[in-house]
Ligand binder design. Sequence first.
Ligand code: NDP
Length: 401
Amino acid sequence: MSKVLVIGAGGVGSVAVHKMAMSKDVFSHITLASRRIHKCDAVAASVKQRTGVTIGTAELDADDVSATVALIKAVQPQLVVNLALPYQDLAIMDACLEAGVNYLDTANYEPRDEAKFEYSWQWAYQDRFKEAGLMALLGCGFDPGVTSVFTSYTHKHLLDAIDTLDILDCNGGDHGHPFATNFNPEINIREVTAPSRHWENGQWVEGPALAQKQTFDFDQVGPRNMYLMYHEELESLAKFYPEIKRIRFWMTFGDSYLKHLEVLQNVGMTRIDPVMFEGREIIPLQFLKALLPEPSSLGPTTRGKTNIGTIATGEKNGEQKTFYVNNVCDHEAAYAETGSQAVSYTTGVPAMIGAALMLTGQWKGAGVFNMEQLDPDPFMDMLNQHGLPWQVKELPSPLAF
Ligand code: NDP
């Protein structure tokens, strides 16, 4: 009997709950709570129709710690899976500590009034979770999440030591809109417009946003332009693998997306400071979010594939080697299975897998953990079983870019 409480009924929450319902042996009772109950009820209806499983639903403002504690006490889950927004991370961690329950999320905390995310706020919970004998698992999506596990798998099985690591995130999908984001637009645009940052020889190297570009030929997608960016797993990978000399993150963007983003930035629509409009304050980026298509509405129209993976170089038995570990996920297949496109699918499936490993005790511990600290093998097995199969390919060494 394992009970789970999932918070957040967006694209990722919907996929995670569908996949949990498909693994009834592990998730015997599922409750989905979110800011607006009708979103939870719509997911519950889809889960019932696709899997026959009935899940519980509840309305919750997770910024309100006492409300979350009350819901946890009513539901009595062994684990809270936070698939709301990064702004809620600390409030939900506080509620888990107060109610005495384990915690999992997919994105690190970010304050609302500053486009800045880092692990320091959540790593500061280490002692409190440890003393309470509880586990908090951070960043259990695809990137961060699977990319961190690909790295620990490479470290455990393929290379004696990693010298350089590149994370390549390609969304080769086309949703048919001139401009839309595949996950929460506010979070996505804050991430993409931030300065680039990568780890090199023990320090962070900063540059302007989207200024460094490479073309890479992605399996089952084709050649795409990818841009150097900062991404949250770089921080934990640099901490837990101090021997890696250079860690970079690359994401593909199409020319239309970049053209729209540039204009929106130039006219001030991506600002996150309040602006007076007709006698009241508005945040331009939140207003823009209201105009853009909801990511969950992109499912029916999105065609093509995502291809996300890690390329690591290093030594194996004294010889230099380069290994590419990656997953290719089809938007239409993801939609047919869960009603959500591949960006939500590639995040919701790892969240379900992490939750399953915690509930079955295969991943356990007291304190705050990042994905690369845990044994990659059961997670890698479950990726193959639950819709995100991966491949390992040896590339010519050294890497061409
Ligand atoms: P969505 O915006 O689609 O969904 C977020 C959900 O959280 C919405 O249902 C929203 O409610 C709900 N919510 C927002 N605020 C609150 C609150 N105060 N209390 C309760 N519920 C709330 O986002 P996604 O599903 O795309 O993303 C979910 C999370 O996954 C985000 O943190 C995102 O950063 C992360 N992510 C991680 C990735 C990874 O690879 N690691 C990749 C993609 C996303 P409402 O519908 O009413 O607005």
